[in-house]
Design a protein around this ligand. Structure first.
Ligand code: SAM
Length: 280
C-alpha cells in the first residue's frame, strides 16, 4: 500500500494512536519534505540507513525504496501495529523497538552488509545531542548523517569559533564531519505542530581527519576547556600543564586568558598533541 502522509491523521485515529509529547513526537505530514530529504541525502543502492524514531513510517517507507536496508529504532511500541501495516511489503526494513540511547547499535548493524552507512531521521528533539554524542562516542562508522533538528540545535552543530553557539559539541563534530545546513523547515509540515522551527542538517564524514595522538585525551581536553563557558582556559584547565598550553596558545596569538569558545579545532589538536608529546 502506498503510504500517504496526508492521510496520517486518519490512520493514527483509526489505530487509536495518541501522540506522546515526552517522546518528541512530531510527525511529518508533507510528502514534498520527505522527497526533499531523500533527494538531498543522495543515497546509493548499497546503503544501510539507520533511522532513529520512524514514527508512523512516512520517511521509512520512502527510504526503503532507495536504500539496501533500513534499520529503525523506535521507543514507542504503540506504533508497532501502524508500522507493521504500512511497512508490510517492505522486506528490507527492520524496526527495533528499543530506546536508541541504550541499544547496542554496533551489534545490530553487524548482521548487515553494505557499502555506506547513513543516518537519516527526523530526530526526537529532546535527545538530539545525546543521539549525536552516542554515534560519536561509540564510534559508529557512519559516512553521512542527514537529520531534521530544532533550528537552534542545528546552529550549535555548525557554529564557528567566536560565535555564541560554539561549544564542545561543535568542535567534536568539526573533527569528524563537514557540517552544513540543507534547508529550513516550516512548523506547518508536522503533526502536531511544534513550537520551534526546524532545519535539515547534513554531516559528511571528513575524508582526512586531523591527526590526534590520543583521542580520549583530546576529547577530555575539549570537554574540560568548555566546562564553564564564561571562564578562561587558565581557570578551566587547572589540572593540565598550563605552561605547555600557553606555549601553544602564543603561536596562535592567544594567552591563557582566552576562552575555549575562541579556539578552533586546529588549536585544540595542537594543544592535545603537544601535551602528550612533552609529558610522555
Ligand atoms: N520519523 C517520523 C516522522 O518524521 O514523521 C517521526 C519523527 S518524531 C520527531 C520522533 C520519533 O522518535 C517518534 O516516533 C518517537 O517515538 C521516537 N523516539 C523518541 N525517543 C526515542 C528514543 N529514545 N529511541 C528511539 N526512538 C525514539
Amino acid at each position: 500500500m502506498e503510504y500517504s502522509p496526508k492521510k496520517l491523521s486518519d490512520i493514527l485515529e483509526k489505530y487509536g494512536f495518541n501522540f506522546k509529547k515526552n517522546f518528541g513526537q512530531n510527525f511529518i505530514i508533507d510528502e514534498n519534505i520527505i522527497d526533499s530529504i531523500i533527494h538531498k541525502a543522495m543515497i546509493s543502492p548499497n546503503t544501510l540507513i539507520l533511522e532513529i524514531g520512524p514514527g508512523a513510517g512516512a520517511l521509512t517507507y520512502k527510504l526503503s525504496e532507495v536504500a539496501k536496508n533500513v534499520l529503525c529504532f523506535e521507543i514507542d511500541t504503540t506504533l508497532k501495529p501502524i508500522l507493521d501495516k504500512f511497512l508490510n511489503d517492505k522486506k528490507n526494513v527492520e524496526v527495533v523497538y528499543e530506546d536508541f540511547l541504550t541499544v547496542n547499535v554496533k551489534e545490530k548493524i553487524s548482521s548487515y552488509s553494505y557499502d555506506n552507512l547513513y543516518v537519516v531521521a527526523n530526530l526526537p528533539y529532546y535527545i538530539t545531542t545525546p543521539i549525536i554524542m552516542k554515534l560519536i562516542e561509540e564510534q559508529i562508522p557512519v559516512d553521512k548523517i542527514v537529520i531534521m533538528v530544532q533550528k537552534e540545535v542545528g546552529d550549535r552543530f555548525k557554529a564557528r569559533p567566536g560565535t555564541k553557539d560554539y561549544s564542545s559539541l561543535s568542535v567534536f563534530l568539526n573533527y569528524y564531519f563537514d557540517v552544513k545546513k540543507l534547508m529550513d523547515i516550516s512548523k506547518n509540515v508536522f503533526l502536531p505542530k511544534p513550537n520551534v522551527d526546524s532545519i535539515i542538517i547534513e554531516m559528511t564524514k571528513k575524508e582526512v581527519q586531523k591527526q590526534v595522538i590520543d583521542k580520549n585525551y583530546f576529547f577530555k581536553l575539549i570537554r574540560d576547556s568548555f566546562k564553564q563557558k564564561r571562564k578562561t582556559l587558565k581557570n578551566n584547565l587547572k589540572e593540565y600543564p598550563l605552561d605547555i598550553i600557553e606555549q601553544v596558545l602564543i603561536k596562535y596569538g592567544y594567552d591563557l586568558s582566552v576562552r575555549a569558545e575562541q579556539l578552533s579545532l586546529e588549536i585544540f589538536v595542537d594543544m592535545a598533541n603537544t601535551i602528550i608529546e612533552k609529558e610522555v
